[in-house]
Structures are given as C-alpha cells and as structure tokens.
Design a protein around this ligand. Sequence first.
Ligand code: CDP
Length: 783
Amino acid sequence: MAVEIGGIGHSVKRKEDARFIRGRGNYVDDVKLPGMLYLDIARSPYAHARIKSIDTSKALAIPGVLAVITGKDLVPLKLEWMPTLMSDRQMVLPTDTVLYQAQEVAAVVATERYIAADGVAAIEVDYEPLPVVVDPIKALQPGATLVREDREQKDNHIWHWEVGDKAGTDKAFKDAEVVVKQDIYIPRIHVSSIETCGMVASFDKVNGKLTVWMTTQAPHAIRTVIALVAGHLGLSEERIRVISPDIGGGFGGKVPVYPGYVLAIGASVLTGHPVKWIEDRSENIQADSFARDYHITAELAAKKDGTMQALRVKTVADHGAFDAAANPSKYPAGLFHIITGSYPFAKSFVEVDGAYTNKPPGGIAYRCSFRVTEAAFTIERLVDVLALEIKKDPAELRMQNFIPPTAFPYTSSLGWEYDSGDYGRALKLAMDKIGYADLRKEQAAKRAKGELMGIGISSFTEIVGAGPSKHFDILGIKMFDSCEIRVHPTGKAMVRLGVKSQGQGHETTFAQIVAEELGLPVGDIAVEEGDTDTAPYGLGTYASRSTPVAGGATAIAARKIREKAKLIAAHLLEASPDDIEWKDYKFQVKGVPAKSKTMQEIAFAAYTNHPQGMEAGLEAVDYYDPPNLTFPFGSYICVVDIDRGTGEVKVRRFVAVDDCGVIINPMIVEGQIHGGLTMGLAPALYEQITYDDDGNIQGGNFMDYLLPTAMETPSWETGKTTTPSPHHPIGAKGVGESATVGAPAAIANAVVDALAHLGVRHIDIPITPWKVQKILKEKGVAE
Ligand code: CDP
C-alpha cells in the first residue's frame, strides 16, 4: 500500500525530470513574446570613477537601437536608486560616480539581442578615475578612500554587530589553561548557477498590468518590492504578476534585485513592448552578488585536557559598494552566531563590522542559511588547531566535547535553541565507514616514508528554516511560508506553495508529503510554485527553508483537509466521527476494516454528497510560522594525498554522514548532498574571486574562476542518521545546504593534517597547488 502511495521515505523518481531531461523545461530565456525587444547593459571598466559625460549618439544612430537609458533619465522617475534587502540603497544606474568594476552604467534597448550589444559597444563614457579601496581592513582605517559619498556618515563603516557575553568571555580567556587563536579568511566566491539572471518584462499599457518572468527565488517578495519601489509610477500590487518559471540553480544568488531587472521593467513601461534582459556569463560573475568575503580572527579557550570553555570571534565583513546581503533584517551578519557549532561553550562573544569597498555588492547566502558556512568553517578549523596544540586526536577531541544527546533542546551561549541532535552517533558512523583507526595507521607509515597523507573531520551543526516570524523578516515582511491544497472531485490534487524550487525537486517531495497525509498516490498530486497570481504568499526558497517552513505548511494544510474528510467519511459510513479512524491511508469505522472510505471516495462526495450544513469542496490553506528553526548536522571525514613535487591535493575518499531528521525522499536528499559536497569542494580547493589594487577583477570568467567539474570531483560516500526535529510537523529538517556548509572544513583540515608534522597550522582556502608547493619549498620538502 505504502509503495503505491509513494509517501514519506520513498525514493520516488523526480516528477520534474521528465521535462528537464527532454529539454522541455521552461526557463526565462525560453519566453518569447510578440514584439519583444532586447536590453543590454554598458558596464564600467573602472572600480571607482567620476562620470564626466556619456555620449549615446553613436549608439542611437545604429538601426534597430530604440533607446539608451542613463542614470540621468531615471532621475525624473525616481528610479536611479533602489533599496537593497539590508536597508541600504543601490544605484540602478549612476548619475555621476561608479563604485566598482562592471557596475551598470547605461542600458540599450533594441529590436535584436545583437543590435543591443552593438549599441552598448558604441556608447562613449568619459571617466575620471578615482582612488580605489579593495581591502576592507584598509577601508576601515581613518583617511581611507571614501566609497559612499552619498551617505551622511563619511567613512566606510556600515555597521557593528555583536552578540554574547563580552565580559564573561574575556574573563574565561584570562583564566584559561590553553588559548588558541587563528586568523581565517573566507574568500569571495560566486554561486555561478548554470542559468544566469534574466527577465522578460511585459507591460500592458491598456490594462496597466505588468507581467514579469524572472529568475527569482522569491517571487512574492519581489512583487511587493516592485509595488513599493514603482508604486508612484502606477504599478500597483494587484496588477503585478511575477512568474518564476523553471530556474537553473539559484543558491542564494537569485534572491537580490539586480539593476538589470529594474531596467527591463522600466524599458517595457517606457516602450509598451515586452523587453528581455539576459546576462551573459561574465556579467553574472563580475557584477551579481558575491558570497562570503569574511576576515575572521577566532580564539578558543580550553582546559589542558581539551575541554572547550569559551569562544571569541572578531570579523570584518566586506560588503562591496552597497550592503546588498540577503540577511534577515535583525541579523546583519546573518546567523553567523551558530559559530559555537556542536560544542557547549559556556561563554562566547562574537562581533562583526561591515565595510564598504570598491567591489560589487553582495554577501548573499550561497547555499547556506545566512553566513552559516563561514561559521561552520571557522569553528571546525579552530577545533583542529586546538587538537594540534594539545596533541590530541581531532576525532577524540570532538567526541569529548560534543553537546550530549540528552542536553537537547539545548540553548547555546549565543542564544539559539538547538532542537535535537546526536553528534557523537554521526561521527562514530563516519569513522566506522571510512575506517578511521586504520587510516591513522596508514598515515603514520606513509609519513615515515616521507609521503603526505591527511585526514580531516568536520562535525558541523547548521541552522535552517527561517524563521519564526517573531525574529525573522526581510524588509519587514515576516518569514512564514504557505501551502494551498485543492482536492478535485475525482480525487486528484493541486498543491500550490509560496516557495520556489530551483532544481531541488519540490514537485516531487511536496507531493509526497500530501500523499502521506491524505493517502492519495503521489502521481495524482500536481505541485505548482512561482506564480504570484496563483500561489499563496510566501517568502521563497533559500537558506534550506522550504522543507522546514513550507513543508510544515503542507503537512498542516493536508491535515486540515483530513479533518474535514473525516466528517464526510462519518456521514458516508453513517457513523459518529468519534468512531472513525485513519488507518492504512483510509478512514474506517474503528475495528471494522470492511467499513471504510478512501480519500478518492470522500473527495467525490465533497462535491456531490456532502453533509447538509457543511461547505462543499475539499481544500485548505496554511500559513506556517515555525516555532523554531531546525538544526541539521553531520560529520564528514576526508582523506587527501598531496603530491610532494607539485603541491596538488587529491581527495582520495570523502565520507559524509548527514542527519536532516525525517527524510521525505532519500534519493533527492542523496542528490542534494552530492551537489552540495561538490559546492563545498569548490571553495576549499579551487574557487576565489580576487581584485588587484585598482579594483580589476581577477577571476571574472570560467577561464580564471575554476568551477569544479566531474573531472575534479571525487566519488562521494554518504551515510545517514535520523534524529527527528521535535517541533516540525513531520519531523524533517532542511538539507539542501548541509554539504556545502560542512565540506570545506573537512578538506582544509585534511590538508593541514597532512602537513602538520612540518609545523603547518592553517592554510587559507582555496588551497591551491601553488600555495601548498610554496609551503613545501619553505619546509625543504619540495625542490
Ligand atoms: O529550501 P530548499 O528546497 O533549497 O532546501 P530543503 O528544504 O533542504 O530541501 C531540498 C530538497 O530535499 C527538497 O526537495 C526537499 O523536500 C528534500 N528534503 C527531503 O526529502 N527530506 C528532508 N528531510 C529535507 C529535504
């Protein structure tokens, strides 16, 4: 029976893949409308410059170029600035100064994509270069080049944020037997989704209705933002329809609003034609929101035997020219204060300072729940630094310190209430799977022969599912989520949600939740997301929040339907509702299996034979405000071999044991973990965006930005433990980001472990062959 239903726990094949693998997906660039025009963007070659003049005459002379839009054209429309998600403001187009290389300077609207590009090439801008600051530490020093002249505050400091017990933590450090301290830089990287950003904006002048097809992870919030920003132009929320069609990867990069979106809407309103804007790859990497870029100094205080006592962390966060991070309003450094991780620090204190620099804006939550990757990397690296200091095996040190399973719900010294966990069980399973004891023996033997082999552990704790609305909002919009279910007379169902899949398989997993709750086969349940005209309001998909929040809404909406269905069943079975029970995916008279009604029979009756006095139909909606976040966790172990000559790091084995509570679809979760691990390998060994002193980007295309492919990716080995969330309606926690959060520290720890006997304590990621070879040369290992 259960197999036919395909409910929770079944590896149902992804429903959406039928169209994806046949090339029948419908992405923004697939949208083609009659009379559609194309928009392309001219960008700044300078990181900081005064615009003396913009000459658009040659561009306008090209046949097919219909308009060129500059910042000055946007002033009368009050659209030259737009709000960011972090209550800062960002230029749509500059009126006098550009603040980073690749910043949007002007837009060309033309009848063909290629003509628009010719128009961009023909725009002549006279720039006066200005001094540039790219290092956030220097940017915060007195007398540094001022990035934001438009602000009243005449320095580059954005905000200071702190949490924890400063005095208590300082005292714990003063009294501590052992203190370790480590500077850690988590470099700027980019999500680099397969699909770049884009929009088709279509303004219907007659009806005053704007329809946009857009690469957005949060269509409802975007609709509200458009109404707030462009309401004065007559764009009113009930006449705005945001459609987020199939999306080729978001990973947090498709949460912010980019100037291109605003320009496409403006161009459509101006011309009355549909306008398409699609970024190319370099524009995507060079100008769209970046991730990470945290300069961290972390200290850990412990007893000589390794008992961890206190944690102190100071961070400078580089936000580029505008604070366009996608964090909940209350938390400018995201959920960085999950940094106490899997350990019961009695005292801790964290402070973060945001800085402006002449670099693109961002600080997005790249496949992590708002700065959780930065936090997990730091604590898991620091634990290994302590292990080296006190000469203790890093697995043993972790086992000694983990928050015990009996301590949950556990309130951390930085204020989070962890819902459930069993960290020792996960690490033990990972150690057994990989054969930890044997690997340590092999390492010792290899070391004796001069070979370089390392073993690294990461026992991370995540925090996902924003959020309880009392703490979480974005631009004031509370972070709940929603689900609406309609069961049709023939027993088929339509499920609509406020979240939006970008490849995670929601059409399958949310159908499985409904299947489980209502006893309808998963194949009979259609799931729709991403159309603000049809789906209930929600905050969208990022930060692994879909299952914790919309998953809760789905289960509860289904349960509301089941409540009503029970009354109809009682009516049909001529029994009291008290005598009816839900068993084997059917309602039956208690103890009389022969007297039962399926959900299909009940659905038909809901429209044809419902009890008098009851409303017809079988549908429900739920707006779910979770009581708490969920805290998935895992233990990862990585084995690396290092080439003594070239410094190349090879990941020989990688075992990932994850715990995301109750699993809806094991195959999808496995896929999420595989993809996430590759996205964790990437910053550990390959990816980084750097800038020279003039603010020129180095790594702004796939020739220079090494995105790992199947060639670089090892064969991942996975395992699981199941510790349900006690407060989630189906016991599930999020999982989409766990592997990206947990993997980098395991890899970095393995590399440092391979070199520890040479006196190496830390290497900043990405750990490139060049960096390792340099160390090996310094230590006299490599020639
Ligand atoms: O918000 P996002 O969809 O990115 O992340 P998620 O909620 O962690 O879910 C990623 C995918 O894994 C979705 O298809 C989920 O329904 C599925 N999942 C699952 O099957 N079981 C879980 N316990 C968690 C997620």
